[in-house]
Design a protein around this ligand. Structure first.
Ligand SMILES: CC(C)(COP(=O)(O)OP(=O)(O)OC[C@H]1O[C@@H](n2cnc3c(N)ncnc32)[C@H](O)[C@@H]1OP(=O)(O)O)[C@@H](O)C(=O)NCCC(=O)NCCS
Length: 229
């Protein structure tokens, strides 16, 4: 086994590696090179601190580590299908966290992903809250959109500031395409010039926005635990 870093791969290899370790994921997950570039940049993933394990047959495992001040986030974690079930995931996580000087490390995991949760708990992570991915229609045009809860890593202002093509309405409603990224006070549904199904990713369960969306009949398409240690 060779112990490398994500930065040792070309963009094409990085994309292939991510698609490999996320094969048979609980939800279909297939990424493009453009997605990888944006993911690393927007969420401040440090490829030089992100372990990548390979052997002569190819990629075995990888874990992506992001840093924001004294906080860290795991922004990708997986074992190639041929190597699963050999208890590689805990050593991989430990390798990722080794020597890390952070006050707090966060990650998200789908509620149904019991294997990943077992590994994270063994490494000392605990559930801090639940996050929902929701889809549905806009509410009545004059109804104010309720504020979002405290954002997860990918919706923090540091991430949003690095995303291209974001649209901002009334300084408080931030969206791109059909995906609503952030909602502060003051914007109404009619201010959102988008038709069709809207989506909100990783909204804290129970937040004012979450409650409003459920009331509007939005469908919860996934639920994650946010964990930290
Ligand atoms: C999640 C993943 C990294 C786990 O790696 P793995 O090689 O399959 O699992 P491991 O052999 O390392 O075992 C991990 C833990 O899951 C436990 N486990 C195995 N099967 C399990 C099951 N059906 N339910 C609950 N726990 C299970 C193991 O006992 C072990 O826990 P332990 O060390 O406390 O005993 C791997 O399956 C994967 O890459 N999946 C696709 C991508 C993914 O889900 N990434 C995580 C994103 S948050």
């Amino acid at each position: 086994m060779q112990y490398l870093h994500f930065s040792d791969l070309s963009l094409e290899q990085q994309t292939h590696a991510l698609n490999l370790v996320y094969q048979d994921y609980t939800m279909p997950f297939q990424v493009s090179q453009e997605w990888v570039v944006e993911h690393l940049h927007a969420h401040q993933i440090d490829p030089q601190r992100s372990p990548l394990w390979v052997d002569r047959r190819g990629v075995v495992a990888l874990s992506l580590l992001a840093l924001r001040g004294q906080r860290a986030w795991i922004g990708g974690f997986g074992i190639a299908p041929a190597y699963r079930g050999r208890r590689f995931s805990l050593p991989l996580l430990r390798a990722c966290l080794e020597g890390l000087q952070a006050d707090c490390v966060q990650l998200e995991v789908l509620t149904g992903n019991l294997k990943a949760q077992a590994t994270y708990r063994r490494a000392g992570f605990e559930v801090t809250r639940q996050l929902a991915v929701l889809e549905g229609p806009a509410g009545p045009p004059h109804q104010e959109i309720q504020p979002a809860g405290s954002p997860c890593w990918q919706r923090e202002s540091e991430s949003l500031a690095r995303l291209a093509d974001l649209r901002v309405v009334k300084g408080s409603l931030v969206y791109r395409g059909n995906l609503i990224h952030q909602v502060g006070p003051g914007a109404c549904w009619g201010d959102l010039p988008v038709v069709g199904t809207l989506r909100v990713s990783n909204e804290p369960v129970g937040s004012p926005l979450y409650q409003q969306l459920i009331g509007l009949g939005w469908r919860e398409v996934a639920r994650q635990y946010e964990m930290s240690r």
